[in-house]
Design a protein around this ligand. Sequence first.
Ligand SMILES: NC(=O)c1ccc[n+]([C@@H]2O[C@H](COP(=O)([O-])OP(=O)(O)OC[C@H]3O[C@@H](n4cnc5c(N)ncnc54)[C@H](OP(=O)(O)O)[C@@H]3O)[C@@H](O)[C@H]2O)c1
Length: 204
Amino acid sequence: MNFGTKLDEQGSFELLDRYLEAGGRFIDTANNYALWWGGDGTESENVLGRWAHRRKNGWLAYCCLQQRHTYLRPVAGARFDPQLAVDEELLDCCASHAADFLLLGYSSTLGGGYSGRPDRPIPPQYRGPANEARLSTLSEVAREVGAMPLRLVYAWMLHSAPLALPLVSAGSLRQLDENLGALESILNAGQMKRLDEAGDPPKD
Ligand SMILES: NC(=O)c1ccc[n+]([C@@H]2O[C@H](COP(=O)([O-])OP(=O)(O)OC[C@H]3O[C@@H](n4cnc5c(N)ncnc54)[C@H](OP(=O)(O)O)[C@@H]3O)[C@@H](O)[C@H]2O)c1
């Protein structure tokens, strides 16, 4: 995570070479670590790119892309600095490169915001009439399938095209069991359509 900032390029290459020799085949990286160390957010990715190029190890440049993603859509102009939220452009890109890389979503539960916890209100970046409509449809479908709305958020991500794999985060065994239940929640095509279209501007 500190490639190109706390750890210089030579040190990074040594570490990466050793990892490769030991059988490592997967690297998780994020721009925020560089930002925390005073960089501009490109350092670790650039070092990794140069390393992969020089070693010619045949790895794909990237096999996963990890971004903030949930069922509610950020309102216009919403910011999550230094994070970025998935947007339509990124979804189109993921859809057309589905064979090359997988979309991973984080903060998908909005810290438990869908569960109605009084200590976790829906963040201001997601508040607005369109998301009120989405929340209402989410609750409606949740009642139909007999699941918690939060579980349906994960299920919706897993049923979507392109698929988005949620990074499951739970603070207790109860929460983990509840969230893993998304794997059993089956949404039919009609329910997916309603969830997808909720909050869309009216069609002409
Ligand atoms: N690449 C990046 O920039 C980035 C950024 C952020 C996160 N991540 C990763 O993404 C993953 C998700 O992290 P996150 O914090 O963003 O996740 P999140 O889903 O927004 O929040 C997780 C928290 O939500 C609450 N929660 C989860 N399930 C619940 C349930 N069923 N009922 C009630 N509350 C529930 C818990 O809070 P309590 O523990 O307080 O109860 C849990 O710790 C992690 O692996 C993290 O490392 C990556």
